[in-house]
Design a protein around this ligand. Structure first.
Ligand code: MG
Length: 449
């Protein structure tokens, strides 16, 4: 097992449990979080990782030290933790998860009272507090109480479905297969199916477990079993989530993964098509998300905001500009009507309503959108200097083109773009290119990799 360095940034804290992510590290971060947010009440949930209960105990010790009241929501999806933090009137939330990272990883996602990720300024304050130590007195919030809520999935699902035409989905007879990879989605998906009343739905990798047998990212190479199941059972659509169920990928009726970029494009296209009020339509996504978003925005006369990479930046843009919907091209749908976090449950509900209302198949919906070929690649790096050297090379090689330095280096060509940046959560540099042909996109990446 390699020792990956700790990462702490917009997406929270990540590391390898018991290795880089020790009890001391967890407690330092939780302590600094409490010192900055000063939360009387904190919602705490976790995904299905084996180290989850230990990380929970380490977290609990710190919360008890200051007398925070704890609402323990057990094993839940990250969007559920965000939703519960907001609706329980808590002052902050913590999800114990390493999202799409492999099983040996774990981490903490910190939320504000609104269930949003911490903004950059607050993260800087937390980092300062880690260096300076907490200035809060032990026991400042009195005596800790711990309460449990058991129906969090029901509460979350019902809130999503309150904004969805459930009748049209129920009557559509759509046949659906869901693959949560034995992660937190395995807890909420059965509730979703039951509340929506789709009798034809089945779940694979359905037992919550620490193993994630499929491969954690819902990328095409990890969706072969889902594809076979969808095709073999004559289903209309397959949905795949990552282990904390914030990301969503789609497989068509032939069992072919259509690529995560389509999840957001479909959801945004459909929600914009439902807007009847003649108001300013604003949507938001990050710099690395497909050009399909520009096309969808244009189709509906909406304004598209492009942000730095990190779901918090997209959520902030949606909040500040009163955005209708947005998210990330990695299958992350953010629907402010429900919450300011990526939510695979909201994503599935919107896309099922889209299919049921139009009677169109996933393949038909794909064919209706302009086609771009995307290449995603990555390279392991060991130091900040190595990252800087790669970015400098990109600037040099593509010096004759338009360059955007909002986040890493994005090169804008006449017929596509290349975006190279350091990951917020792993010691890697990510390459993402989109072009009319796959060959062209590959050439752009290969020149600087
Ligand atoms: Mg995730």
């Amino acid at each position: 097992m390699s020792t990956a360095p700790l990462k702490f940034g917009p997406s929270g804290l990540r590391g390898i449990a018991y290795d880089s992510l020790t009890k001391e590290v967890i407690q330092q971060h939780v302590e600094a979080f409490i010192a900055v947010l000063q939360p009387q009440t904190v919602v705490v949930g976790m995904d299905t990782r084996a180290s989850g209960p230990d990380v929970y105990e380490w977290t609990l010790e710190v919360l008890k030290k200051y007398g925070c009241d704890i609402i323990n929501i057990g094993i839940v999806s990250t969007p559920t933790a965000q939703f519960m933090t907001r609706t329980q009137d808590a002052d902050g939330g913590i999800a114990i998860t390493a999202s799409h990272n492999p099983p040996e990883y774990n981490g903490l996602k910190f939320f504000t009272s609104e269930g949003r990720y911490l903004d950059e300024i607050t993260i800087d304050h937390v980092k300062d507090r880690m260096m300076l130590g907490s200035d809060l007195e032990a026991g400042v919030f009195g005596e800790t109480t711990i309460s449990h809520i058991d129906d969090t999935s029901e509460q979350h699902v019902r809130h999503v479905l309150a904004h969805i035409n459930v009748e049209v989905i129920k009557n559509s007879g759509l046949k659906v297969v869901i693959d949560p990879d034995c992660g937190a989605g395995a807890v909420i998906d059965p509730v979703f199916i039951s509340e929506i009343g789709l009798d034809n739905t089945s779940i694979i990798h359905s037992e919550p477990s620490a193993e994630f047998p499929r491969g954690t990212e819902p990328t095409p190479e990890n969706l072969k079993i889902l594809g076979k199941t969808v095709k073999g059972s004559g289903a209309d659509v397959g949905f795949a989530q990552d282990p904390d169920a914030d990301r969503l990928a789609i497989v068509d009726a032939e069992g072919i993964p259509i690529g995560e970029e389509y999840t957001l494009a479909f959801a945004v296209d459909y929600i914009l098509s439902k807007q009847t009020e003649n108001k300013n339509l604003v949507i938001a996504t990050n710099l690395s998300t497909s050009r399909m978003m520009d096309d969808v925005a244009k189709k509906h006369g909406a304004k598209l905001i492009r942000t730095k990479i990190g779901e918090m930046y997209v959520a902030d843009a949606l909040s500040e500009e009163d955005g209708i919907i947005g998210g990330e091209g990695n299958g992350g749908v953010i629907w402010p009507t429900v919450s300011f976090g990526r939510d695979s449950i909201a994503g599935m509900a919107i896309i099922l309503e889209y299919m049921a209302t139009t009677g169109k198949s996933i393949r038909q919906l794909v064919d209706e959108l302009p086609k771009y070929e995307a290449v995603k690649d990555k390279k392991e790096v060991e130091s900040r200097e190595e990252v800087e050297a790669i970015l400098a090379k990109v600037k040099e090689v593509y010096a004759d083109y338009e360059i955007d330095l909002t986040d890493g280096v994005k090169v804008i060509f006449e017929n596509g773009w290349l975006h190279v940046r350091a990951s917020n959560t792993e010691p890697i540099v990510r390459y993402f290119a989109e072009a009319p042909t796959r060959e062209q996109a590959e050439v752009w990446v290969s020149k600087v990799k």
